[in-house]
Design a binder for this molecule. Structure first.
Ligand SMILES: [Zn+2]
Length: 274
């Protein structure tokens, strides 16, 4: 499932890079290996092995009736030695950079703004308004600031001050914590909703373990049941928060069921090699 319908809006998952990323103790220092154990069995598709996270750097295309909104632009041409494939993924879904009306940046970390500007310093998405939270821009360090500087001088950046609508169906909602101006997008149409949460959750285990590194504590009750789109979760990153035995868990929608089988196959292949 690389896209879902939300009333009249379509939300398409895009992937820049996916694979084994960080060691567990790099991304979540202070969490013991022992504490991860229950999650290996529950989310096998979210681990490369017992010490490494399988993650994704991705974004979403929100296709409303009158606007194509790209949420985050991946890690970009530098990626990890080879360029990410976000633009190719966009094209595979039938979109060219010139089709994008709005580039919404959940926050200004390097793995979310990579494809915003070309190597020549031109906007990659020539018609787009680039939108981010004002407080995020103020806070961003020199590297992130530089990445957006050409856009700013072209007058292509719009800054938000708190909660603001992006289109009729899409509202930007500040969700600070991961960074001061981190902002999620609530997409609502025809009585259905999806929330695109940026880095509020980078690994599904955090749904159960809210104190692990990144807060998922605010409005938690409201998060139950709603479809969530998380750009660092493997596959399409669509899921729901469910309750089981008094605890909350991530329930992947669609693709990760298939991925689970593939992860098993990889494992089988790996063990044959050994
Ligand atoms: Zn990130």
């Amino acid at each position: 499932m690389s896209s879902i319908a939300v009333g009249e809006v379509e939300v398409v998952a895009l992937t820049d890079v996916e694979g084994p990323f960080f060691r567990l103790d790099q991304l979540f220092p202070g969490v013991l290996l022992e504490e991860w154990k229950p999650y290996f069995a529950r989310y096998p598709w979210a681990f490369a092995d017992e010490s490494t996270i399988r993650g994704r750097i991705g974004g979403y295309l929100v296709k409303t009736r009158d606007r194509n909104i790209l949420v985050d632009t991946g890690i970009g041409p530098a990626a990890f030695g080879t360029p990410g494939r976000l633009l190719a993924d966009l094209e595979d879904n039938g979109f060219q950079p010139a089709d994008i009306d709005v580039v919404f940046l959940t926050h200004l970390h390097g793995d979310h703004l990579g494809w915003s500007v070309t190597e020549e310093g031109e906007p990659t998405f020539p018609r787009a308004r680039y939108i981010t939270q004002a407080v995020e821009r103020e806070d961003s360090g020199s590297r992130e600031g530089q990445a957006l500087a050409p856009l700013k001088s072209l007058g292509a950046v719009d800054l938000l001050y708190g909660e603001e609508p992006i289109s009729e169906e899409v509202i930007a909602i500040p969700t600070p914590g991961h960074s001061p101006g981190h902002t999620s997008l609530l997409v609502s149409s025809g009585g259905e909703s999806v929330i695109i949460i940026g880095d509020v959750v980078v690994h599904p285990a955090q749904v159960t373990e809210p104190l692990w590194n990144i807060h998922f504590d605010e409005d938690k009750e409201q998060a139950d049941g709603i479809i969530i789109a998380a750009g660092h979760v493997p596959g399409a990153g669509f899921g729901r928060v469910i309750r089981e035995g008094g605890r909350r868990y991530w329930q992947a929608l669609g693709e990760n069921d298939a991925r689970e089988l593939r992860a098993g196959e990889e494992e089988a292949r790996g063990s044959r090699k050994e």
